[in-house]
Design a protein around this ligand. Structure first.
Ligand code: UVW
Length: 335
């Protein structure tokens, strides 16, 4: 068992709650962070969630965003005729060039770093290291390591917190994912209670804000709002991070842009720079908790509501390429 946030051993130069070293084994620096909560017992218990024989994809189309998106280019898909390519066969190949942050994704622990350049466990990614690494020699906590024989990708109990439905159905507020609502842990607990679902150690906690649904049908007013980057998501504070650690959450995901509400705020409430994404720091850099973003949660929300069941078996198989910083999750929820 690992200590609670307040009792984690102090790490020199880092804030209380930094979990570097906690999961190390035999003097070897750990690369999996809170995925270590996924013990064989937890995974076997998660498999018991499957009763209905229904699987739901959580992967938004890779080209889900239909307008120019700042700094991240849209996928380029190129079908190729094998005959024209001179292969002497009838049929097709295709090439796909993607920015792994453009649609549904996992952020690996290398996606954002501290100002020192460090991330989880003191690993220090750089473009050069990420580019030249081979899976065997890669010391960085990138996603290809999820394919190691010891890990076998991600299999866990998923819990959906359908915040959008909760607000729509239990309040007369007009909520939308572009209003910069900061979802507190008290609200997460209230939604879980309303849905009748218990949050357990080793869960992947998945929050639906309704953001990808807006991106599918952006209105001009919504688009104007979006460019101000005031987006709903989980309230990023140290107290929020502490709650996630103390619940032993293995990973988090949502349909939101950055999982946490934007713009980020400091613990004293001041609006911070985009580079000060509070939960990105706690999760990716201090705890080693992967963050899923832009997941497609609409069909999941509908099925969970219909069945009155908000927990399921979650499987996710990211792409397996050396040095991969982010990846489409290839995630499914099984009921
Ligand atoms: C933002 O773009 C703000 O977050 P991320 O890089 O995690 O998608």
């Amino acid at each position: 068992s690992v200590p609670d946030f307040d009792n984690l051993p102090a790490v020199e130069g880092q804030p209380q709650g930094c979990a570097w070293g906690v999961f190390d084994k035999d003097d070897k620096k750990d690369r999996y962070g809170t995925l270590n909560f996924l013990t064989p017992e937890i995974v076997a218990a998660a498999a018991k969630e499957v009763k209905d024989g229904i699987s739901i994809s959580l992967n938004w189309p890779l080209n889900g965003i239909k307008f120019p998106f700042p700094h991240r280019k849209a996928p380029v898909h190129k079908p190729i005729s094998l005959r024209e390519a001179g292969m002497g066969i009838d049929g097709f190949d295709d090439e796909l060039e993607i920015n792994t942050q453009f649609s549904s994704q996992w952020d690996s622990l290398c996606h954002c770093t501290l100002p020192s350049g460090e991330t989880y466990n003191g690993f220090k990614p750089s473009v050069e290291l990420l580019q030249t690494t081979t899976t065997e020699g890669n010391d960085l906590p990138t996603l290809d390591h999820w394919h190691s024989p010891a890990k076998g990708c991600l299999v866990a109990r998923g819990v959906l917190i359908d915040f959008k439905r909760y607000i729509d159905e239990t309040t007369d507020k007009t909520y939308d994912a572009l209003d910069g609502h900061r979802i507190t842990v008290e609200e997460i607990e209230a939604v879980a209670k309303h849905q009748g679902v218990e949050i357990k150690p080793g869960d992947v906690l998945i929050v639906r804000t309704g953001y990808t649904e807006f991106l599918e049908n952006p209105t001009p007013e919504g688009f104007a709002k979006m460019t101000t980057m005031s987006l709903s998501g989980v309230h990023g504070t140290t107290e929020t991070a502490k709650w996630f650690w103390n619940k032993r959450i293995a990973a988090v995901a949502s349909d939101a842009h950055a999982f946490e509400a934007l713009p980020p705020v400091r613990d004293n409430g001041e609006v911070a720079e985009l580079s000060d994404l509070v939960l990105h720091k706690w999760f990716l850099n201090y705890f080693g908790t992967p963050i899923g973003e832009l997941w497609d949660l609409k069909a999941l929300g509908e099925y969970a509501k219909e069945k009155g069941k908000y927990s399921f078996l979650l499987t996710s198989v990211p792409l397996n390429h050396p040095g991969l910083v982010a990846s489409p999750p290839n995630a499914i929820a099984l009921f």
